[in-house]
Design a protein around this ligand. Sequence first.
Ligand SMILES: Cc1ncc(COP(=O)(O)O)c(C=O)c1O
Length: 468
Amino acid sequence: MLSNKVNLKDMKKTGKNTSIYGTRYVSEPIPKFEIPDEGMPSKAAYQLINDELNLDGNPNLNLASFVTTWMEPEADILINQTNGKNFVDNDEYPQTEIIQNRVINMLARLFNAPKDCDFLGTSTIGSSEAIMLGVLAHKWAWRENRKAEGKDCSNPNIVMGADVHVVWEKFAKYFDVELRMVPMEKGEYTLTADKVKENIDENTIAVGVVLGTTFTGQIDQIQEINELLVNVKEEKGWDIPIHVDGASGAFIIPFLDPDFKWDFRLSHVRSINVSGHKYGLVYPGVGWLIFKDKKYLSDDLIFEVNYLGGIIPTFNLNFSKGSSMIIAQYYNLLRLGKQGYSSIMNNLMETATYLANTLKNTGYFKLLDEELVLPILAIKLDNLDDLDGADDLTVFDISRKLRERGWLVPAYTLPANAEDIAVLRIVIKENFTRDMADLLVQDLNNIFDGYKKDSKDDSENEPLINIF
Ligand SMILES: Cc1ncc(COP(=O)(O)O)c(C=O)c1O
């Protein structure tokens, strides 16, 4: 008989005659707070971390995030091949910078930059960095103008709706600008021109508007706000720019509704951000900022850095960053073209509309806004009277129950003054198919069935065991 004890010990030590699971690495706690004195084989490190990450949610069932969870295998290859390129080393990787500039050109044209303007832009880590930089440029321009006119420039303010993403509040705090945030009202979850009129003055550095809000997927009154600012300029001489936060919408609306004017066709829209990693269909790590004309970005904000053999002009909050997502963005633009993006966006809207109707037909849900402009659903609970013991059932409970099945669907209350409205938000992404929508509704129906007195068992659910 084999001397089991001795052999096992040796085998565990060397790990030679077993898979990772027979080695000592899985029967010892892995270092968590202190760098270990000795390392471990790459396979063991991979397996241990990979196994732990299984506790995370499944990105493909993540209907909470706007961020891309799937790309084509060819894009994955390009990303893997370029992971080691630091974008800022543009003397070493000049072609990568050229590719970035091509994307900026494509986006500026997609956003209808006028021919007589000299647009410019930059890639960023995401929309948050792009918004900070865009609005910072407007603060600078406002201050330079005020100084030139010999006026006080100690009290800049920025006007936006409470429907903005938290990054707008961060901007105001980090860059010391008074935040004039217009609260929501019941039934009105976007920024209107009337509200802007009440809040602007000669110290307003910019108005922030959203093309597809994080909370409801709706669009602020961009055209009306532009008209208002045209009139204000004529009447009072205040030249207030608009920055459009197109984090999600700027990669959707140009393909779904190219005639809808929200972009550089409007005279006061001077900068736009978009997240490449949302509906640009690239994994996390890329955003874009485009200025309608270089005159809106003061030279003072561009740093000429002498680095690794070249002079690099930078207008970014970060210095080093990866190149792969910029390259992946270019891949998508080449691969899909306008036609491909349009087909995908149309599919998303079809799935969103189908899901919205199916949810309404359950009788238990209502859409916050019946008119879907982006593939984002904000839904409230409706009439639960025919359910037993569901009086206290909330969207938070539903979100929790869906999580048991793996679905990640967030529930939250709306910002001031609509805090008493709680919604579930479902973001439809490229890899959320019509069939997945049916599976989600089936799971929701199963939740409600649990509250039915005579819960019938004649559902259309797939049988768990195939008896044929
Ligand atoms: C409207 C809006 N603006 C800005 C952001 C921030 O974008 P990012 O995550 O790309 O920094 C988001 C994120 O969801 C958003 O929805």
